[in-house]
Design a protein around this ligand. Sequence first.
Ligand code: AMP
Length: 146
Amino acid sequence: MISVNNRDFLFVPIADYLIPAEKVAHVQIGNYAEHALLVLTKTGYSAIPVLDSHNRLKGLLGIGMITDAILGLERIEYERLDNIKVDEIMQTDIPNVKTTDRFQKGLDLLINHPFLCVTDEDGIFAGILTRRVVLKQFKKYIYTTQ
Ligand code: AMP
């Protein structure tokens, strides 16, 4: 990671701040909502990426999307969890962020998203950029530039 006593970090590629793909909990296209709910509950994350079998980023899945999909007229229909696939309910309109994009782009997008999914030039999932990482960077910047 770079020295942060100036604003250079804004121009550094997002790749330098990623939580790498191998450390990111995810589900795969074709997985059932029941499996996704288990992963989300056990990890405690509000949302996780959905990948295909070639590790290409396909969407994002959060607990709210699952509960919304099984919401019946009078009750939550848990028995439907093993009939619904994650790709039927995932969010697909997510920001397009590349490893080569600058930190500043991540900063702008993180105002409206708790984390960003980042891909390489071929669309292969590379990792995530989280608000936590960005805030830590800012904290360092603020405390070292008084
Ligand atoms: P944070 O900024 O660390 O609180 O993370 C914000 C969100 O990013 C979490 O609620 C998750 O949805 C996602 N996230 C963070 N770390 C991971 C991880 N290792 N695997 C999957 N999702 C993660």
